[in-house]
Design a protein around this ligand. Structure first.
Ligand code: UTP
Length: 480
């Protein structure tokens, strides 16, 4: 039913958000109807509750969880890189064999979250469409699809790909894949769209207007994926199709080890509800989430919420006690996702203080120079608090992590650092296989050509020397 102006006005008045109708006199009929629909969709009570709980003008970094008191926080029990066996006695070779078996049997799907706004990168399309291949200029989406394609060919299997979008990027994402014939993954991709929540002014709690008839909203966080999966009945669909495990990754890490057989095998053989891949923190200031053991359970603490006296703690050999960085590479048992789906809104909300352009009460465009607004997000890792069993496996950062988040002016997670990491890794694979590679050139390897150092060494067409930038791909080895 179309909401009426008077009923909406009453709801807004009760919620203290009447300013949203401040420009109705200037709107044409379709703009007015659109605005009323947007307001009708809002959960005003929830927004006000969240602001009352988290909004604090005097403390813009107010903690989402209280890590300062009454918690027993320890480094996580984990399989470190320098250890041969897990506490449960599974060896790496056993894990690899099990992961390969599961892939061959079609028991594994990939779920990639790509619904973020990519505001830090400042790219005006969905982040997945960013051209990141250091030589090929393949986009993040294309690099992801190529990884899955390579695994499918190698294991003669199908790996369903689920891509989470959000309303502002959904249509463009789907069209992009369609225009590129789904990069060869035609029948095995599902796109599903997460929900949004309004953005509020961080001092007043008032919902911001992007324009006189458009409310400023942002996606409800990667934790919104549970609600969105349920809405589209995707968990049931894939459970019925025999999918037992979901690899979870983020679109902005082109080195993310999508459906890594060894990680999947550890996850399966340890009968874990969730398996987290961790990398070692570079230093106490490393801007990655902390995987910790809190009150006896593996949990995540955001770097902004980790007390510095804990983050900086070292052991006698000088190494960080809290070494485990989260790179958002997880594997979930389907049955655990189904457990979460019983109450898809159970994950708590976190706040992010962001710089958001909007209009003021006079209709003037405001472009703040510093954070002025609060976005509310659910994080998928909060599911750890109800996970029956969580396993942590360390990986070498150089092999699995090269996120692209920031513009060139930043010192980390930029396009440049990401491309350099890819090129360095692939160059090292070639050098290990005996190829002479000029150190000044850029190197990129298509996963269909080789997925790791071992496969590079097995290539019959391995060049002996590489002297100019090169993209090694199955179609042809393309020098640029
Ligand atoms: P980030 O929060 O690191 O990046 O999301 P972002 O949202 O893409 O960019 P900023 O913060 O606005 O600069 C990490 C991953 O989670 C996904 C993103 O698409 C990215 O893959 N994500 C984030 C979602 O899918 N939905 C969200 O609501 C938030």
């Amino acid at each position: 039913m179309t909401p009426t102006l008077s009923s909406i006005a009453e709801q807004l008045q009760q919620a203290g958000q009447s300013h949203l109708l401040g420009f109705v006199d200037q709107l044409d009929e379709s703009e007015l109807q659109s605005l009323l629909q947007q307001i009708a969709y809002l959960d005003l009570e929830l927004v006000n509750q969240l602001f009352a709980k988290h909004g604090d003008a005097n403390n813009p970094t107010s903690l989402n969880i209280d890590t300062t008191s009454n918690h027993d926080i320890m480094p996580p029990v984990a399989l470190r890189l320098d250890e041969a066996n897990t506490p449960s006695g599974v060896t790496r070779s056993q894990a690899l064999a099990e992961g390969e078996r599961l892939l061959r049997a079609g028991k594994v799907a990939a779920l990639i979250v790509a619904g973020g706004q990519g505001s830090r990168l400042g790219f005006d399309k969905p982040k997945g469409m960013f051209p990141i291949g250091p030589v090929s200029q393949r986009t993040l989406f294309e690099m992801l699809a190529n990884k899955i394609d390579a695994l499918q060919r190698h294991y003669e299997t199908t790996i369903p790909l689920l891509i989470m979008t959000s309303p502002s990027v959904h249509d463009e994402t789907v069209s992009y894949f369609a225009e590129h014939d789904y990069f060869g993954l035609n029948d095995s991709i599902d796109f599903f769209c997460q929900g949004t929540l309004p953005v509020v002014d961080s001092r007043s709690g008032q919902i911001l207007l992007q324009s006189p008839h458009i409310i400023s909203v942002s996606p409800n966080g990667h934790g919104g994926m549970i609600e969105a999966l349920v809405a589209d009945k995707l968990l049931d669909k894939y459970q019925q199709a025999g999918i037992e495990h979901f690899f979870f990754g983020q679109i902005d890490n082109p080195l993310s080890p999508t459906c890594c057989p060894e990680l999947t095998g550890f996850h399966s053989l340890t009968d874990s509800a969730v398996t987290l891949q961790a990398v070692a923190k570079q230093d106490a200031q490393d801007k990655t989430g902390n995987i910790v053991q809190m009150d006896g359970r593996i949990q995540m603490i955001e770097y902004t919420e980790m007390p510095m006296q804990l983050a900086a703690q070292t052991s006698p050999d000088g190494k960080l006690n809290f070494w485990a960085a989260n790179i958002a590479v997880h594997i979930f048992q389907t049955s655990f996702l189904q457990q979460l789906a019983q109450d898809p809104t159970a994950l708590p909300f976190h706040t992010a203080h962001k710089t958001v352009a909007h209009i003021d009460h006079l209709g003037n465009q405001i472009h703040p120079a510093k954070p002025n607004a609060i976005k509310f997000e659910r994080f998928i890792f909060d599911a750890l608090s109800v996970s029956p069993k969580t396993t942590v496996i360390e990986a070498d950062r150089n092999l699995v992590f090269a996120a692209v988040k920031n513009q060139a002016s930043a010192s980390f997670n930029t396009v440049n650092t990401c491309q350099q990491a890819i090129s360095t890794l692939h160059r090292n694979w070639l050098i290990a296989a005996g190829v002479q590679v000029d150190m000044s050139i850029t190197v990129e390897i298509d996963p269909c050509w080789a997925r790791n150092a071992q496969q590079v060494g097995e290539r019959p067409d391995l060049p002996q020397t590489i002297k100019s930038d090169i993209f090694l791909t199955s179609a042809s080895s393309t020098a640029r």
